[in-house]
Design a protein around this ligand. Structure first.
Ligand SMILES: Cc1cc2nc3c(=O)[nH]c(=O)nc-3n(C[C@H](O)[C@H](O)[C@H](O)COP(=O)(O)OP(=O)(O)OC[C@H]3O[C@@H](n4cnc5c(N)ncnc54)[C@H](O)[C@@H]3O)c2cc1C
Ligand code: SF4
Ligand code: SF4
Length: 1008
């Protein structure tokens, strides 16, 4: 169904007239909501975001009146194409009230848009939690969980969503509102009566075909309508994927959140052997300790874990084996359960995870399974067949069949999932080819073959994700004609106009079923709406190498599979600060990726110069949070830089062409050049910037928001100041002057010795442009501190700018020249084996990552692998016993790691140093909000402040209230400027903190 422009406009007007406040039919909105986390792309006509449940009534009234379909949506993390649709898409994330928590009854009443993690947070103080635990818990909504009957890792112990819904108020597609609560008697209302009548009509059939095992999630769950199950309409509707009714409010069960959780990891040689062990493990635990004694029994392939390791992220030690089962028990009997499981497991090796931090790290790896699995093979792996379930006793046999089917079709995938429930997830490298519709044939044939084989085990096509677009038309493999007829009748009763998520669960397959054949002649696979098979453009002349995607920008932006970690309302990392600040889809990594995908391959957005691309990227801070936090490795800062480069520096054929850029690009985007020019007259330049009219004019020219201060140039650059430094000897006196800066022959050297000269120091310090021109104190502090430890420290005098401002504004040709020069300067020093450190984390991160995107030389690789942060150097030196940290006992440190440091370098060495010196450390999540040019540019002030208010400012305010010996630590120039502007808080670099405390200690040690 595609509406004409006029009809679409009429629809918008109808919705507005009906009182729906946020109605958006822009290209941007339609592009962003055309996908969920599935393979599918269906462009809606309009997206609405109700601010009140009453608006949901209005949306549905308009839908019925205009005969336009409606698809409900929470976080849009559905993997089967359940949350995309033509017509109206309803984003419910503003309906997020937790209406009540009844601690005695252990229930919570919520609106549908409440995020699972927010409910957990609200329940936690009462020692309670919502049981089902999908991997997407940080962002998925209760409405979406009800839609899909979501389960997750702990459903073994706590049940599926269906088992945890106690009551619900819903709006059926026929317009009737129903409130259902089996505790207050039989379900009332015409629709409910008809539904109950359906089950009553063939009780024997319903009893023998439905609810045969816990993960029979495909189709409609008629077992809940049986009299022995008290005819629970509210539970029957769970898993109906928004095709029968819209949930307006739900009361869900809470369970006791036992703080005592034990995790045992069992190792097996193969995944099939792990699967074989599952029934024995379940029998052992359940036989002796009861049905819910095991909370989780999850399968994990070693190759997925290897991927985490290869990304340089820490992975706790795991037992021997190629496949693991993560087994969790909780409560008083947990020790005994775990011991019993271990005995029954036949594992080749086991490891009991004692530390809760290690357990959390392992669960996080398991949660990221889908994202990791998507990028674990040589070619991208896809969802589609990835959610089937069998009764656990058949898991080993089904796993072997599944693996042999993969082999038969020449496909690969690494299985993982909820093995204890018989549910296997697996992303598969279907050979979708861009521009070749026939390439979907392998996908279709594989799906059909799997569905046929699964039926032998009485399995379910879906174990928790729902049927969506990908599996609904396969239902005839799983259900007979009578069952499919029941589905059709239920749909006709609840949604006679077929307006609620049409095509899902109820589709053309019914005709096949009526033909009376197993699988039905109508059983088929929806391949028309699949995303990756669409023709793909490449950039003829990209500025970045896109090394992780073989130089293909299109492939890079398609990394985003929509798993939605970037739309979580909270983070402990960085991603995605702009979404956290605005909560708008367009300001999320996912929203941006969708628009870039449309620009490359879609029909709505016309190239990277399209206004929709600008709108989507405008509030991206280029913080690189996604580069490390997104499980699929989306690096939006890089994609934005490339998009800007293409827009301003390339024509339609990709040939060089210069277009006029925003003013800020010429000033802020070339800041190191201006800083160098201003250096000789820095005091005068600073003085002039204090004169209001001059400053206002300068800000206007530079495209700086008037509310921002202009960064002050250092009176003496680091290079000049270091020349006059009197180094301290090991005992702390400054009696032994020597040249700390002389670097003979560094510029044109071809070998390390020629470059660095004879008589190597212990440490080289690189004067990056920001430290050199704006914050030389951090460089001087680093030098002084290291010298106080008796080390010979010298500053590299030769200039070398990493070009970061050019990169973030997409001036990539100039950036390449600069970084190439910096690499030429630094490579001989790094090659010499003497540690080279950089003080400004963003510049260091640029050398460590962006350099490799701009330069494919061995020198760039040497520099990227060799330059160190101050904390990394100290960690190394401390290990070697060459430095002694000052005593930081009693010091309360609130630290804002620079976002690029978090993403590229990591902040763990900093934390460990501080803690080992005795400080109490609070690490601030997110980004400071300034992020280089971003926060000072005109038009970004409000967002920049909102980002700072997400985590940084509250942390600083909390610290102020605590009082005592407090330090705000921020190594990044951006973070320090932001703190200075917004909180009037002087922040320190780690080097300044250590040096000042060391100085204090020296002065108290010095004889009077
Ligand atoms: C990486 C990844 C891991 C996952 N892991 C798990 C897992 O471990 N376990 C699991 O069960 N699932 C998992 N899922 C699937 C998905 O995250 C869950 O089903 C989740 O509960 C969906 O929530 P959502 O808010 O994103 O819903 P959406 O995807 O937005 O919607 C889900 C369905 O509910 C319907 N719906 C939404 N709101 C309403 C409403 N108010 N009334 C009626 N219908 C509504 C939608 O139309 C749609 O059919 C995973 C998905 C991803 C991408
Ligand atoms: S950007 Fe990453 S985290 Fe966000 S939806 Fe895409 S894949 Fe998921
Ligand atoms: S770079 Fe930062 S702001 Fe931009 S999408 Fe990634 S996490 Fe969000």
């Amino acid at each position: 169904m595609t509406l004409t422009t006029d009809a679409a406009q009429d629809l918008v007007q109808e919705l507005l007239r009906a009182g729906v406040s946020q109605v958006d039919s822009s290209v941007l909105a339609r592009g962003m909501y055309s996908s969920d986390a599935s393979l599918y792309r269906v462009v809606p006509e309009v997206v609405v975001r109700p601010q009140h449940v009453d608006e949901l009534h209005a949306v549905h009234a308009v839908s019925r009146f205009s005969a336009v379909p409606v698809t409900m949506r929470g976080a849009g993390t559905s993997i089967a194409g359940n949350a995309v649709g033509e017509g109206i898409v309803v984003d419910t994330r503003d309906l997020k009230r937790i209406i009540a928590i009844d601690v005695d009854a252990r229930t919570a009443t919520v609106e549908p848009g409440v995020v699972h993690a927010d409910l957990q947070r609200a329940a936690a103080p009462h020692g309670l939690r919502f049981g089902p635990d999908p991997s997407t818990h940080s962002r998925c909504t209760i409405g979406g969980m009800i839609g899909n009957n979501a389960c997750g890792s702990r459903a073994l112990g706590y049940g599926r969503t269906a088992d945890n819904v106690e009551a619900a108020t819903v709006l059926f597609g026929n317009g009737e509102v129903g409130s259902f609560d089996s505790r207050s008697g039989a379900a009332q209302g015409a629709t409910a009566r008809q539904l109950l009548g359906l089950a009553q009509g063939d009780l024997a059939h319903v009893r023998t075909r439905f609810g045969q095992f816990s993960r029979q999630v495909s189709g409609y769950s008629f077992e809940h309508l049986l009299p022995e199950n008290r005819g629970r309409i509210e539970r029957f509707l769970v898993g109906s994927e928004g095709t029968l009714a819209t949930v307006l409010e739900a009361e869900v069960r809470l369970v006791v959140d036992d703080p005592r959780r034990l995790l045992l990891v069992l190792g097996y040689d193969t995944v099939s052997e792990a699967a074989d062990a599952v029934p024995h493990i379940l029998d052992a635990a359940h036989g002796e300790f009861g049905p819910n004694s095991l909370i989780a029994c999850e399968g994990m392939d070693s190759r997925l874990v290897a991927l985490v390791r290869s990304a340089g992220k820490p992975v706790p030690q795991l037992p021997e084996g190629q496949s693991w089962l993560f087994v969790e028990a909780a409560g008083d009997a947990a020790d005994a359960v775990i011991e019993r499981v271990k005995t029954a497991s036949s594992a080749v090796d086991t490891r009991f995870i004692e530390s809760s931090a290690e357990a959390a790290a392992l669960w996080k790896i398991r949660e990221d399974g889908a994202g990791l699995a998507g990028i674990s093979l040589q070619t991208p792996a896809h969802s589609g067949w990835e959610d089937s379930a069998v009764p656990p006793k058949h898991l080993g046999a089904w796993m072997r069949d599944f693996e042999s089917l993969l082999k038969e079709f020449g496909l690969q995938g690494y299985p993982y999932g909820h093995f204890g429930d018989g549910c296997i997830h697996c992303r598969i490298d279907f050979p979708f080819k861009h521009g070749d519709p026939s390439s979907t044939g392998v996908f279709r044939d594989f799906m059909l073959a799997c569905a046929e084989r699964l039926a032998v085990y009485g399995g379910s096509l879906s174990g928790e994700h729902g049927d969506g677009r990908v599996r609904s038309e396969l239902l005839p493999f799983m259900y007979d004609e009578t069952s499919l007829d029941l589905f059709a009748q239920a749909k006709r009763i609840c949604d006679p106009q077929n307006l609620l998520n049409p095509g899902i669960i109820i589709g053309p397959q019914l005709e096949g079923a009526r033909a009376g054949q197993p699988g039905g002649t109508g059983a088929r696979v929806n391949t028309e709406d699949i995303r990756p098979t669409r023709p793909k453009q490449t950039l003829p002349w990209p500025g970045l190498l896109m090394a992780h995607d073989a130089g293909d920008y299109g492939a890079a932006v398609h990394r985003c599979s929509g798993v939605g970690r970037c739309v979580a309302p909270r983070t402990t990392g960085v991603m995605c600060p702009s979404y956290l600040a605005t909560t708008q889809e367009k300001d999320s990594t996912r929203g941006r990726a969708r628009i870039l995908q449309e620009a490359m391959d879609g029909t709505l957005v016309h190239g990277l110069s399209d206004p929709a691309v600008h709108e989507a990227l405008d509030l991206c801070l280029s913080c690189k949070g996604c580069a490390s936090d997104c499980p699929a490795g989306v690096d939006m800062a890089a994609y934005k830089a490339e998009a800007l480069h293409q827009k301003y520096d390339r024509d339609a054929e990709g040939l060089p062409r210069r277009r006029l850029r925003p003013r800020s690009h010429y000033v802020l985007g070339r800041l190191p050049v201006w800083a160098k020019l201003a250096a000789p007259v820095a005091p005068l330049a600073n003085l002039m910037m204090q004169l209001t009219p001059l400053a206002a004019a300068a800000k206007w020219v530079a495209g700086i928001d008037q509310r921002r201060s202009v960064p002050r140039f250092a009176r003496r650059t680091l290079r000049r100041a270091a020349q006059q430094l009197s180094p301290l000897d090991a005992t702390g006196s400054s009696a032994r002057p020597r040249s700390a800066t002389h670097v003979p022959g560094a510029s044109r050297a071809t070998s390390a010795t020629r470059a660095t000269g004879a008589g190597q120091p212990d440490v080289w310090v690189w004067a990056d442009s920001f430290t050199n021109h704006f914050f030389p104190e951090s460089g001087l502090a680093a030098i002084e501190y290291l010298q106080s430890q008796g080390l010979d420290v010298r500053l590299i005098q030769k200039e070398g700018c990493c070009g970061l401002p050019w990169i973030s504004t997409g001036q990539l040709d100039q950036a390449r020249r600069r970084i190439t020069q910096a690499v030429e300067v630094l490579a001989p020093y790094v090659s010499s084996g003497v540690p080279v450190i950089g003080l400004e984390p963003s510049c260091l991160a640029t050398l460590r990552s962006d350099a490799l995107e701009l330069s494919d030389t061995e020198e760039a690789r040497i520099v990227a692998a060799g330059v160190l942060s101050f904390a990394e150097l100290l960690t190394r030196l401390e290990r070697e016993g060459r430095v002694r940290l000052p005593d930081l006992s009693g010091v309360d440190v609130v630290a804002q790691p620079h976002c690029h440091q978090s993403a590229i370098i990591g902040w763990e060495p900093d934390r460990m140093l501080l803690e080992s010196a005795g400080a109490t450390v609070t690490k601030v999540a997110g980004c400071c909000g300034l992020a280089g040019n971003f926060g000072v540019e005109k038009g970004h002030y409000e967002t920049s402040v909102a980002v700072a208010e997400t985590y940084l400012m509250p942390a600083v305010r909390d610290q102020r209230q605590r009082g005592g010996d407090t330090v705000v630590l921020a190594d990044g120039m951006s973070c320090r400027i932001q703190l200075d502007d917004l909180a009037d808080v002087p922040a320190m670099h780690l080097a300044e903190l250590l040096n000042s405390r060391e100085r204090d200690a020296r002065s108290t040690r010095a004889p009077l």
